[in-house]
Design a protein around this ligand. Sequence first.
Ligand code: SDX
Length: 430
Amino acid sequence: MTEKNYTLQNASGQSVELPVKSGSAGPDVVDIRSVYGDQGIFTFDPGFASTASCESKITYIDGAKGVLMYRGYPVEQLADKSSFVEVCYLLLYGELPSGDQLAEFEHSIIMHTMINETILRLFNGFHYDAHPMAMVAGVVASMSAFYHDTTDIQNERHRDIFAHRIIAKLPTIAAAAYKHSVGQPFMYPRNDLGYAANLLHMLFAVPAEDYEVNEVAAEAIDLLFLLHADHEQNCSTSTVRLAGSSGANPYSAVAAGISALWGPAHGGANEAVLRMLTQIGSVDQIDKYVDKAKDRDDPFRLMGFGHRVYKNFDPRATIIRGACHKVLDQLGRVDTPLFDLALRLEEIALKDEYFIEKKLYPNVDFYSGIIYRALGLPTSMFTVMFAIARTVGWVAHWTEMITDPEHRIGRPRQLYTGPDKRDYTDISKR
Ligand code: SDX
């Protein structure tokens, strides 16, 4: 890191020199760690739009250029040449694996896909109509009650077992939540299937008959998971880092991330996009809803549009849009009204002055739900699919934080605008 200085003038007119750090790419940062101690003031940045919360080597995004890289590899190249499990290895360990390393990693993941039978019984505590995200968040949090044998977060072996275990078990837990919601028996994982194929088996196979995994569907899920694997310091990843910074059990930290992801402004948007497209219903209604989205007095927003970082295009959305065509064609989906509606909505919105001025483009969530729906998943499972994919990103960032010798518990301050000191008044006088 090269050291430069940023000069400010404090309230007394004195110059204050703050060190500037440069990364390997992206904007420099002004190191403000000394500001409160030396100047007695806080910086103020609700939503953290101008704040770097940490130093990281995992993922780089350039919002203006639509760049996304995992450990330096452009996501377009990984989408074209790699696989989700290989990208999991890359995100966790920083380098692409050799053939032997990948085989060993894949074997370890496969050998951790089953869940404790007592965890399976937890699902019986939910009503059939519980939202799958609620079930998944709750069951993942409960893992800290079962796997307390490997929660010495200072022990590298324990961290590795945690990483492999939770990446391997999320699909099994997700499929169990889906089976519970449709009243079908749970399907155990199979060790002869790949990551995405195993998930399809656990979701859609039934004991009454053989189930043939559709390779097109498996490839589509593998691509979607790869594109959703990590995304720098987004809301849910920052939640995992903050929860983990207290030394909390890593399963609990990931469960906090799942809960943060559920929000419609974040990972819940893919579910909200499908509901929005269904609500719009037909191309002739698009203008009405675009006008609603532009009306500041109307809370309606075009879900799947806009991004805190991408003010150009989201490279993931571009790749997924292309995959949509291929998957729908290969699955023989002739009835593609929702996809046609989405394409038309994108075309109309991108020509609209408001969206151009606000730099609102389709994001990763705009098209992913259309593929999940074409694969037969209910809308309520879309964000669960996002959570399966993002688990590796959460684990990679949690590990990077825990192994950083300078890491401290995250504890922001505030600008207090509440009442001045006042004395308690007895209820008889109120
Ligand atoms: C994800 O951070 C990540 O990396 C997230 C993610 C990841 O991989 O982890 O990429 C995944 O969460 C993608 C985003 C999914 N969310 C949605 O699609 C929900 C719809 N989008 C918006 O809620 C919004 O665009 C956000 C939340 C994505 C970004 O919000 P910001 O950065 O806080 O921007 P903002 O809300 O301040 O909006 C800026 C302006 C506002 O207008 P003004 O107040 O300036 O007049 O743009 C408007 C907003 O009203 N605006 C929209 C809009 N999104 C923003 N207007 C209509 N429709 C929209 N979708």
